[in-house]
Design a protein. Structure first.
Length: 629
């Protein structure tokens, strides 16, 4: 039920939401009961204002962080903000380059050391994969922590394959989680807000759809006519400021918030003197020495309105400021380098940002950084371009973008051929054959390409790239349940590794046990589990994904349902935590099979239809679901 509109400065029609959040806040202070509140709604609907109202009436410790509106988000962006506020072990763990799982554990230790904490995570729709991993782990444990987590996101920007939607889906049945969706203002509320002005409230409600930000910005602009968009409202306000304040807003608009005062001063130069005017006008806000636009849409409107030469000049200034930092944020540097059109800087920093993202299991962000790099790599030698394309393809495979990975591998093979490197060219052909099978293309053609690559490599019998070929051939045999083939190719891999005095690849034992356990060989389960543990420990994502998959497959085929669900859950959690969207649908598919075996017909059908509706699902997943759907 809606509350009555109230006076200026107060939230309208948010009485129910405020009461619920106040109850959870007060319960946290009294009992330490943990809870997560997911606050969704369109941009400008008032999510941040709701959170601020709740925080304004408490002395409970608050740690807050917001996700960056970067072209490619920086890994762990909001968690870095929280770590800087909390300090101590959490900050040290992140600075040491810990994995999301380790960061989540450090964050939970920090929370348990306090009587009560409110954590605010804003704009999760912009979150990088590493942040979502930490968020998912924290959400799963929230009931046991003395913390109230308030997480905001734009629900109208979550496409069906959005990473946040995947995380939220996994929280559907968890305890101590509440979802709030903020609705637009009613015509009655808009009329109350417009009463002191000469604006037609009916037209105002129609044009804005009751969006509080649109409404308040239009009214604050005091223009004669209602602007058709919020951009007009923002510019109507900005034009009332001095030239110095407007130039400062230009500088602030190209810096993803929150912005350190020192950085803004460096980029803005003398126009930093307009800061007080911008704060007084309510366009910028300050918290803990950092600045941000009161509304993100205002920042976007100003940034998009900049003349190209002005925008480039500001990004160049921001790039120089970041590069001068002894430990720059690589994602932000790459962002400004691209926006400044500085190809040399992109080639220097974007691959490093990608490697940093990989170390944090943020494979989607890594892929985006490699994509950014290749936009500026036309003049690189073919060998360097080929290596970069290979790295991009690997990240596309990890996130389940199989068709794009295939095209990239084909392009990398071409570059390696241009460079006159037959070994790398043959290795690319091996990967191309594997992707041909993943995409359910001709298995015979894949085998033919593989044998062509091996023939080329065997002209140099000690070529280490042969280990890649043997791995792919063994993997194909594994998926086709060809035990003899698996043992042949893993045997050749073992022999080559020993001859070259290299460690025997993990896939040798992984594939041998992985082919036997689903066939009912119980003795293979323990060594297969050991392979998975080693893969997890050494960050062998493919090894872990394949190993968990074979454990789940074997247990399900042998009708050991409880064990199968244990492996499915472990494999899916690992895939989500490490941004391996290419494996996640496979575990969901086997869960559907187990549901079917157990007579849970509705759950099985729903899960199967959901997985089959995802783009990019490989044939192994699709075939698993044929009997379910």
């Amino acid at each position: 039920m809606r509350t009555s509109p109230q006076g200026p400065g107060q939230l309208l029609e948010r009485g129910r939401e405020l009461a619920l959040l106040a109850e959870l806040r007060d319960g946290l202070a009294a009992t330490g009961s943990g809870h997560l509140v997911l606050i969704g709604g369109e941009s400008g609907i008032g999510k941040t204002s709701l959170v601020r109202s709740v925080l304004a009436e408490t002395d409970i410790r608050c740690l807050s962080g917001g996700c960056d509106a970067l072209f490619t988000p920086r890994p762990l962006g909001p968690i870095l903000d929280i770590a800087e506020m909390a300090g101590g072990d959490l900050e040290e763990v992140i600075e040491a380059g810990a994995t999301p799982h380790e960061v989540a554990r450090a964050l939970m230790r920090e929370l348990r050391d306090q009587r009560a904490t409110i954590i605010v995570l804003e704009d999760l729709h912009w979150a990088d994969e590493a942040t979502l991993d930490v968020f998912g782990i924290l959400a799963g444990r929230i009931a046991s922590l003395p913390a109230l987590v308030l997480a905001t996101y734009r629900d109208d920007e979550l496409a069906g394959d959005h990473p946040l939607r995947l995380v939220l889906g996994g929280l559907a049945t968890r305890a101590a989680i509440t979802r709030l969706t903020l609705a637009p203002l009613s015509a009655e509320a808009v009329t109350a807000l417009a009463a002191p002005s000469s604006v037609d409230p009916v037209e105002l409600h129609r044009t804005t759809g009751g969006n509080p930000f649109y409404v308040t910005e239009v009214l604050a602009g005091a223009v004669a006519e209602i602007p058709p968009t919020v951009r007009d409202a923002v510019h109507a306000r900005v034009t009332r400021l001095s030239a110095q304040a407007r130039e400062l807003l230009d500088a602030a608009a190209i810096l993803p918030p929150p912005v350190e005062l020192e950085l803004l001063e460096t980029v803005a130069g003398e126009t930093i003197r307009g800061l007080e005017e911008c704060l007084a006008a309510g366009l910028l806000t300050e918290q803990a020495g950092r600045l941000a636009f009161r509304h993100e849409l205002a920042r976007i409107a100003i940034e998009e309105g900049l003349p190209p030469n002005r925008r480039v000049a500001l990004h160049r200034a921001a790039l120089a400021a970041h590069v001068a930092d002894p430990a720059p944020d690589l994602a932000r540097v790459a962002h400004h380098a691209e926006a400044a059109g500085d190809g040399a800087a992109v080639l220097r920093f974007a691959p490093a940002a990608a490697a940093r993202a990989v170390s944090m299991s943020a494979h989607r962000q890594a892929a985006a950084q490699y994509e950014r790099t290749l936009r500026f790599a036309d003049e690189l030698p073919p060998s360097e371009r080929g290596d970069l394309i290979d790295a991009w393809a690997l990240e596309c495979r990890a996130i389940g973008e199989f068709r794009q990975a295939t095209e990239l591998i084909r392009e990398a093979a071409h570059e390696h051929a241009r460079a006159g490197d037959p070994r790398k060219h043959a290795a690319s052909l091996c990967q191309l054959a594997l992707m041909s099978f993943v995409l359910a293309e001709s298995a015979a053609e894949a085998q033919e390409v593989l044998h062509e690559a091996i023939a080329a490599l065997e002209r140099e019998p000690d070529a280490p790239e042969l280990l890649v070929a043997f791995r792919v051939l063994s993997a194909l045999c594994l998926t086709q349940h060809d035990r003899d083939g698996v043992f042949e190719w893993t045997g050749r891999a073992r022999e080559l590794a020993e001859r070259l005095r290299l460690p025997v690849p993990l896939y040798v034992q992984l594939h041998r046990t992985g082919i036997d356990y689903p066939r009912g060989v119980e003795a293979a389960r323990t060594p297969l589990e050991e392979c998975v543990a080693h893969a997890v420990e050494t960050h062998d994502y493919d090894g872990a994904g394949i190993g968990y998959g074979q454990l789940a497959t074997g247990a399900a085929r042998n009708r050991r349902h409880d064990l199968a669900e244990t492996y499915i859950r472990a494999g899916r959690d690992y895939s989500v935590e490490h941004d391996l969207d290419g494996y996640t649908p496979y575990f969901d598919a086997w869960q559907a099979v187990v549901d079917l075996q157990r007579g849970r017909w509705a759950q099985a059908e729903e899960a199967a239809q959901l997985v089959l509706g995802l783009g990019g699902t490989g044939p192994a997943t699709a075939l698993t679901l044929i009997t379910v759907a």
